[in-house]
Ligand binder design. Structure first.
Ligand code: ADP
Ligand code: MG
Length: 319
């Protein structure tokens, strides 16, 4: 039996929408939320289209997780705290089994990351999921792409290339996967939004971005918006565990140009290095130094012999 639109919303989504700061949630014409005094409102939206951002036959709980987490990652990059989200769901049909999995994935992550589903829209059409996230940051403190200055050090919060390697495998669903391949697929569907790191870096980092389009492309956004150059040390870039079995050239290409890892890339001025060091020692932030900000423009990759390495293909672009 296919549920009607309103029954479907009540049955699958209403319970994900609770919270003290939700005054009116799902069920009215709009949500009414209670912002915290002294904070600034932060919002971001991401759309995932079947066949473009995930294979149409992918498990619906994984799709829900990925969609929520890519938004949360944008919040991590701003040092913001996520609080509320809305969901625009376009479905080819009202498939209860699919919806049950989707709602389960969404509810699990909404609880983990303490954010409430406060409204949305449900329409019929090709499978498309759009989540808009709302949250807060201390007034004037949000981490921007534009604050890097020559002399700052560049860091990344974790190994790169795992999700790009997974994308190469995604075509082959149905085939049995080795444990290593399973691990790669997990990295793709369940990126860990670095929220705690982003928030801890609020008074420390001069700029930050989450790596959705590849390190070169995303470091390029920091460079471009900061009016500086970024020099990455090729041998310092941490590779995702499974890539260690790949030929070095290919592993580096995936780590530098593959998107979807959702680690943070951030810069730290010299006078904040000691504060960062304390966060690294206590484990609040995990990060590896991968280069520096320099005068000029663009992103350069420097090899062991101090030669500049040219890496072809930038990040993924839709247009
Ligand atoms: P309206 O016609 O006034 O725009 P709708 O009939 O589209 O309202 O939605 C009714 C209620 O259900 C609203 O509170 C809306 O936010 C919520 N809603 C609709 N679709 C979803 C969804 N996919 N997830 C969460 N809430 C939803
Ligand atoms: Mg209305």
């Amino acid at each position: 039996m296919a549920l009607g639109e309103f029954a479907l919303i009540d049955h699958f989504f209403k319970s994900i929408g609770n919270g003290e700061d939700v005054l009116v949630g799902i069920g009215d014409d709009a949500a009414i939320l209670k912002p915290t005094a002294g904070k600034q409102l932060v919002t971001a939206i991401d759309t995932l289209v079947a066949g473009v951002h995930f294979p149409a036959e992918a498990d619906s709980a994984s799709i829900a997780s990925r969609c929520l987490r890519v938004n949360l990652s944008d919040f991590a990059a701003m040092g913001a705290t996520p609080k509320w989200f809305t969901l625009a769901l376009t479905l080819p049909e009202s498939d209860e089994q699919w919806l049950e999995g989707f709602a389960r994935g969404l509810a699990g992550d909404a609880a983990t990351y303490a954010c409430a589903l406060v409204g949305g829209d449900t329409t019929r059409g090709p499978l498309t999921i759009s989540i808009a996230m709302f949250g807060e940051v201390d007034a004037g403190k949000g981490l921007l792409r534009s604050g890097a200055r020559a002399g700052d050090a560049v860091y990344v919060t974790g190994p790169l290339g795992g999700a790009a390697a997974a994308l190469e495998l995604l075509g082959g669903t149905g085939k049995s996967l080795t444990p290593m391949q399973q691990q790669l697929l997990h990295a793709y569907y369940f990126p860990e939004p670095r929220l705690a790191a982003g928030q801890a870096l609020l008074d420390i980092a001069s700029s930050a971005i989450d790596i959705s389009d590849g390190l070169l492309a995303d470091a390029g956004h920091i460079a471009g918006q900061s009016g500086a150059a970024i020099e990455l040390e090729w041998q310092a870039i941490p590779l995702a565990e499974p890539l260690k079995d790949y030929p070095l050239e290919k592993a580096m290409r995936l780590a530098l140009t593959g998107g979807d890892d959702y680690e943070l890339c951030f810069t730290v001025p010299g006078n904040r290095t000691a504060a960062l060091q304390r966060l690294l020692e206590t484990g609040v932030v995990k990060a590896t130094r991968i280069g520096r900000v320099a005068p000029g423009s663009g992103v350069r990759c420097i090899g062991e012999d101090s030669q500049t390495i040219t890496v072809k293909t930038g990040g993924y672009r839709h247009f």
